[in-house]
Every structure is written in C-alpha cells, then in structure tokens.
Design a protein around this ligand. Sequence first.
Ligand SMILES: Cc1cc2nc3c(=O)[nH]c(=O)nc-3n(C[C@H](O)[C@H](O)[C@H](O)COP(=O)(O)O)c2cc1C
Length: 368
Amino acid sequence: MMNAPTLFTPLRLGAVEMPNRLLMAPLTRMRAGPGRMPTLSMAEYYTQRAKAGLIVSEATAISQQGTGCPNTPGIYTDGQIAGWEGVVKSVHMAGGRIFLQLWHMGRISHPSFQPEGGLPVAPSAIAPQSGQALTESGLQSYVTPRALETKELPGIVAQYAAAAKNAWRAGFDGVEIHNANGYLLDQFLRDGTNHREDEYGGSVENRSRLTLEVTEAVTKIWGADRVGIRFSPGGVFNDMRDSDPLATFSHVLHELNRFGLAYAHLIVSTEEDIRHGAVPVPLATLRKEFHGPLIIANGFTRMTATQALLEGVADAVAFGRLFIANPDLPHRFQLNAPLNSPDESTFYGGTEKGYTDYPALNLEFVQK
Ligand SMILES: Cc1cc2nc3c(=O)[nH]c(=O)nc-3n(C[C@H](O)[C@H](O)[C@H](O)COP(=O)(O)O)c2cc1C
C-alpha cells in the first residue's frame, strides 16, 4: 500500500506537476496599476511565493462589465496581458507555476465601473441585502442589477473564452474559473439569486448551465487538464443563499466530471463561519461526486492540512492568509518553523507594506 500523502508528497493536477500539495489561494490585494494593469510589485509578490505547489492568482476581471472593485487587475486589454506576462515570466524563472483566476462580479459591481455607467448585470434583478459596493469614491449602496437577457448569455461565455485566451497569451500555466463567493457564476448557480424562468433558471440542471457552458468554452482553449474551478458551497458572503446547497453543488460537481478538469477547489465552511450563518455542506459527499483532484481551503494550518491529506478528504490544500504573511510558507511548514502573522489592515490596497515586505525565514533560525 502507498504511504499516506503529506503536504510534501508531489501531486499531479491535470497537466501540472506540483512538487508539494500546498497551493497559494487566490487573494485579491487591490494593488494593480492604472488601467487594471499588473505591476512590477505584483511580479515581486508572486515570485516571492513561487515555492507554492501552484499559485492561483488574485481574481482577475474578464471584461470591463466583470469589474467592480478598485485596483483589481484585468485580463481584457493588451496592457493587462503584457503586465501579466511579466508576472508569469518572473514566477517561472523562480521555478513556480501560476494559474489565473477568471472573475466576473455580476451584481456585486456598481454603475461607476460599468460601460457608460450602466447597471451591473446578474441572473435576476435582485440586489444584495447586506454589504456595500467598494467604489473609487468609497463605499456605496448596491444597486438593483439588470437581469441578463437569454440572448446575452452567449456573450458572457464569450467573455470567459476571450479572457482564457488572453491568459494563454500571457503565458499562464492554466486558469481557475471563479465560481465561488457570490460572484456572477455563483449567482446563477444558487436559487437565492437566480429566479430566472428561461433555461438558465429553475431546476438545478438549468442553474448549472452557465457554469458548464463557461467550462466547456474555457477547456476548448486550454485543454481540460489546465483548467480548475472554485466553489464555496456553504458560503453566505455577498448575501448568497440556496434552498438546498448539497443538491446544487453535488449536481454541478458531478456534471463537471465530463470534462476531466485539472481540479475542483472548494472553500469549506469552518465552525466559525457556521456560527456566522454559513451552511454546513458535507465535504465527503461532495468528494464522492467529483472524480478528479480535490483542493480544499479555509482556515487550514500545517496540522489540520496534514490531517486532511492523511484522511484522504482532499488531495491538496490552499492557504490564503498564511501565504500573505509567509512568502516561504512551504519551507516554514517543512521545518515546522514559526510563522509571521498576517496584518489585516494591509490586505486590501496600499503599498509594499504588508505586501512584499513580509520576511522570509531567518537563516540563523534554520542553522541553529
Ligand atoms: C485578502 C483576501 C483576498 C481574497 N481574495 C480572493 C479572491 O480573489 N478569489 C477567491 O476565490 N478567494 C479570495 N479570498 C478567499 C481565499 O482564497 C481563502 O479561501 C480564504 O482566505 C480562506 O483561506 P485561509 O484561511 O487560508 O486564509 C480572499 C481572502 C482574503 C483574506
């Protein structure tokens, strides 16, 4: 029998050979330059973290319509592609691998970001009941979005396809479809935000349709073995709800088997999340529905991640906040070395402070 895997057992995700099972989770840091172009500082930040088995980039807008947050990068202009090309080259030179996370915010946007100041688009004209839009001029109330017409949906799929092609031009190793956290694809999937009466609403088959069409379009460009997808089955962030999340996410994960994706990536609900309204969705059931490699994230430590791999509940673990604070996280985990603490005040926006200035392990400690 094979030994149980640890965080340092190599793993193949589709076409990608990972030297370890620690992924850097996608992390919005709001430090892109003018025109949503990636900067040199972003290249430095990702390169510092190149020892991750795989880096998943921060959520990146697939079109202007998909934007809705200041200083987040895009992948729909030549300048953005060129900026990302610099990031990817630098990560590759350091021996790393990086996927781009494809993002359309749907109703979480605001007219100030939209072409001609129009309304954000969504499956149905339902505004989020909690939270506020973060605009260039500070927090503002969400507006009621415009429900996309059925005939507009091929255009949404085309935005994902164009962005996937641009990611390929920029030299990425693959892409992750952002279907989590209450953004456009999640809004279509769940019945709290999708009240449509066409073939994209109602039954779980219909609510999964856009996800599956986007996945098909993106896999046509990349090959399925370089495409992953992320979900947050129990998440309530961005005022999300579903009458039966286990049924919804079981169905979509099962249907995704037809593609043979590189991986599915699930944000699990922690006990603390559940105390704050998240829904417990049994991971073991979801794991059975999806036959490819499974990545889990949310609140993991070296100990709990090692335990999860040992028990076989997932194949790899993504770390967010610990990777923000510890550029050399795999190295620190390997040595069971102390960790830097993340500074929440510098998560979103700002300078190199809290971005590229977290120290790597002190060599004196290693040599002692
Ligand atoms: C600052 C910050 C930015 C985030 N941005 C994204 C994002 O762009 N895309 C995404 O799918 N999740 C995003 N997340 C969620 C993380 O990927 C991850 O699931 C979460 O931080 C929980 O993992 P952790 O406990 O290891 O930090 C973000 C989280 C944080 C703290």
